[in-house]
Design a protein around this ligand. Structure first.
Ligand code: ADP
Length: 763
């Protein structure tokens, strides 16, 4: 806010302007009146005097002309003396035509002096405050002389001087009067303005009750009224603002207090949350540790139960009844293992630790493993179990085959469990092929004709531990929860189409990378390596070291490995193993992870880094599937990982992958594999039409059963039916070999072409 000045300099004050204005105007008028008016008056009076002088001259010239003509000195004198009577006349002279003075007279001191008048005519001059007139004296139209008269202008000048003095006085009086008038006129205005300013100053300094005086009905009182009204508004506004401010202050105080409170509460909540989170993390860690140790503790005895049950089942000396018990034991063990796996999976999912391990696999392998698990179960319930792969399906895919298999097993397992009659189908269709991305989009459909799922239950059943509310069924209610999470992780979603008693379809789409585009198709792994392995190892004196602190585990592995020709040695911990490796030089080591004295990881570290042995295959055998991932174990130097409980086939497959086997000996001994290769000569003859035309000659029942099994892709059944021919002809055995090789290579196209040809021929 600009500060109001205490004093205003006079030249800037409001009254200075009219004062200066009036003074200037009066000054200008005075100058004009004082200079111009006397000048004009002087001129006018001089003119009058000239006229008067001329009049005297004319009269005197005519009066003196006769006397001069007659040279009458006395009359001349008399006339001149008459002229002298005039007050202003100072000098009179009568001259003849030669300018000689005839008579002259003067009053006082002659001042002007006689000028010379060269012309003969009348004229006058003004010299030194005198008018000097020369007047010709005419006698009978002839100039006989001159009259010279000097008239003083001193009186005129005196009058003018007096006039000027009068004017000066007048102007001075006028000036003073005007100034006084201006001052008097402005004083009340200034006083009222001053009071307005004082009021404004007082209000500015906080005297809000102060108001300007509003006397009379002039502009200043209007200004004062307007000023007062404005001050009223400002005061009202000020009061409002003060009120709002004080209110605001109160609100701010209250809010600040509330905020402080809130901050305190938040701090407390945060602290509580941190405590709670730490507790939760702690209990999560405890849970994980508990699950890991439980899993370890359960898997270790399960490993023995399942393993020995498997070994005993195959013992020829075991009676059929005991085999049945062993089967039950094996199945119960396997069921228990499923439960443990499910619980571990769901806790991994909840902890966000479900990881996928994609690797190159044969789609047919995955499908086949599913088929082999369920074909018996389906047959037991008299259900038609159909697996159909689109002919465009890729051969190899890059996916976590174990997890995909797990989902399919869950869905098909449920389908068979909840279907009492009709069929269960697994259909795999190609929805999209993208050669640029090297991907296939596959649609997996598991369709059953079972009891169906109520609409209201459809979302529920994907939640852990949920089963259809109205019905109890065996199972944990975890399968779908796990499966849906696995498929989500793979980039898909499981959907359901179902209704009560209308059957159920679970389906999901997955976009899966395939090496088919780059032709890098992996060799099909022979499930039947067990037979060949036995034969291979027999003659090679391969030595294995089994490292485990639990004796039953060591015995189980020894039995499995000795059965295929290994020479087995055992160590109880990593330290012992290291010592034995040096002396034994084994071909493969099976190493448990958790052992006293020195655990498996430490032992591997020493073998790889201290002993610098990089070539020895070391297989981790672990019951702990929670804390160590396969990747982490491969990273620290293991060649492969086998989880407890393992199957005999898993052990065989691992050996086949890791142990270097002498190829020459393999060829000599490997009848199993060479048998399955097809003679190319024969192969050429075996065209689809020739096979079909041969098969058409078979008995009706056998033919129908064979093509029925072919439709269901039940290759074992096909071979069984083919072999029932009492005396297999050469053609039939060749055809069967072809079937077998096609089945081993999962050459579904071959069989679908056979079926096509068969139905064409039939019709
Ligand atoms: P579980 O089968 O172990 O009980 P799941 O999570 O696999 O657990 O299935 C949850 C529930 O969903 C089952 O208990 C069953 O009630 C229902 N369900 C799953 N699949 C089917 C199906 N094909 N037909 C009918 N009901 C099914």
């Amino acid at each position: 806010m600009p500060q109001m000045p205490n004093t205003i300099p006079f030249r800037k004050s409001l009254q200075a302007k009219p004062l200066i204005g009036v003074a200037t105007v009066i000054f200008v008028i005075s100058v004009f009146v004082y200079i111009v008016v006397p000048l004009v008056a002087e001129q006018k009076m001089t003119d009058e005097m000239i006229k008067h002088t001329k009049g005297i001259g004319s009269i005197s010239a005519s009066s003196v002309s006769s006397a001069l003509y007659f040279e009458d000195q006395e009359t001349i004198e008399k006339v001149v003396q008459d002229i002298r009577e005039y007050d202003e006349v100072r000098y009179i002279a009568v001259l003849d035509t030669t300018n000689a003075v005839v008579y002259e007279t003067h009053k006082g001191k002659y001042s002007a002096g006689m000028p010379t008048f060269p012309n003969q005519k009348d004229e006058y001059r003004i010299i030194n405050s005198s008018i000097i007139l020369k007047k010709a004296i005419i006698q009978g139209k002839k100039s006989i002389g001159f009259l010279l008269i000097e008239v003083s202008l001193r009186n005129v000048q005196k009058e003018i001087k007096q006039f000027r003095a009068t004017i000066a006085w007048f102007v001075l009086v006028l000036f003073i009067f005007s100034i006084v008038a201006v001052i008097l006129l402005f004083r009340p205005i200034m006083r009222r303005l001053k009071s307005l300013v004082n009021a404004a100053e007082s209000i500015t300094n906080g005297a809000f009750t102060e108001r300007a005086q509003t006397l009379g009905n002039d502009e200043i009182s209007h200004l004062a009224i307007a000023f007062n009204t404005m001050v009223d508004s400002v005061v009202r506004l000020y009061n409002d603002i003060s009120y709002t401010n004080s209110n605001l202050e109160k609100i701010v105080e209250e809010r600040t207090a509330a905020l402080m409170n809130e901050v305190e509460v938040r701090k407390l909540t945060e602290e509580n949350l941190i405590v709670a989170r730490n507790k939760a993390e702690e209990s999560n860690r405890t849970k994980s540790a508990f699950l890991a140790s439980m899993s370890h503790e359960l898997r270790t005895p399960l490993n023995s139960i399942i393993g020995f049950a498997q070994i005993l089942r195959e013992d020829e000396e075991v009676t059929a009844r005991n085999k049945h018990y062993l089967d039950m034991m094996y199945r119960s063990g396997a069921h228990l293992l499923d439960l443990i796996n499910d619980i571990l999976d769901i806790s991994k999912i909840e902890a966000g630790q479900l990881d996928l391990y994609p690797e190159q696999s044969l789609l047919a392998d995955i499908v086949e493993s599913v088929r082999s698990i369920f074909s018996v179960k389906a047959a037991e319930k008299d259900l038609l179990f159909i697996i159909n792969l689109d002919t465009l399906c890729p051969i190899s895919i890059i996916t976590d085959a174990r997890r995909l298999r797990q989902v399919l097993i869950n869905l098909i397992g449920n389908a068979i469990k909840f279907t009492d009659k009709g069929s269960v189908k697994l259909l795999i269709e190609v929805v999209n092929v993208s050669p640029e991305d090297k991907t296939f989009t596959l649609l997996f459909r598991v369709i059953d004709t079972g009891r169906g799922i109520d609409q209201s239950q459809m979302d529920r059943i994907f939640k852990p531990f949920m089963q259809q509310s109205s019905r109890y069924s065996e199972g944990t209610g975890l399968g779908l929860a796990i499966s849906s999470k696995i498929i989500e992780k793979m980039g898909g979603n499981i959907h359901i189409k179902s209704g009560q008693n209308q059957g159920t379809e679970f389906y999901f789409e997955l976009t899966i990378e395939s090496p088919d585009f780059s032709q890098e198709i992996i060799e099909h792994t022979d499930d039947n390596h067990r037979v060949s392995l036995e034969k291979i190892i027999e003659n090679q004196n391969l030595v294995t070291l089994i490292v485990d602190d639990v004796v039953t585990n060591r015995v189980l592995l020894s039995v499995i490995l000795e059965s295929i020709g290994f020479e087995c040695h055992e160590a109880e911990n990593g330290k012992q193993a290291i010592e034995m490796i040096e002396s034994l030089n084994p071909s493969i080591v099976f190493m448990d992870l958790m052992m006293p004295i020195m655990d498996g990881k430490e032992a591997v570290d020493i073998i790889r880094n201290t002993m610098n042995n990089q070539t020895l295959p070391i297989i981790a055998v672990t019951a702990d599937v929670m804390t160590s991932t396969k990747e982490s174990l491969l990273e620290i130097g293991f060649n492969d990982v086998v989880s407890k409980p393992f199957t005999i086939d898993q052990i065989h497959a691992t050996i086949a992958q890791c142990v270097h086997i002498d190829n020459d000996k393999t060829l000599e001994n490997d009848n199993g594999n060479t048998e399955s290769h097809i003679d190319t000569e024969n192969d050429k003859e075996l065209t689809i039409p020739s096979i079909v035309s041969y098969l058409l000659t078979l008995p009706h029942n056998q033919k129908e059963a064979l093509f029925g099994a072919m439709e269901l892709q039940d290759f074992d059944e096909m071979l069984r039916i083919g072999n029932t021919e009492i005396t297999p002809t050469l053609s039939m055995s060749t055809i069967l070999k072809r079937f077998q090789s096609a089945a081993e290579l999962y050459d579904y196209k071959f069989f679908s072409k056979l079926l096509e040809e068969y139905s064409r021929n039939k019709s």
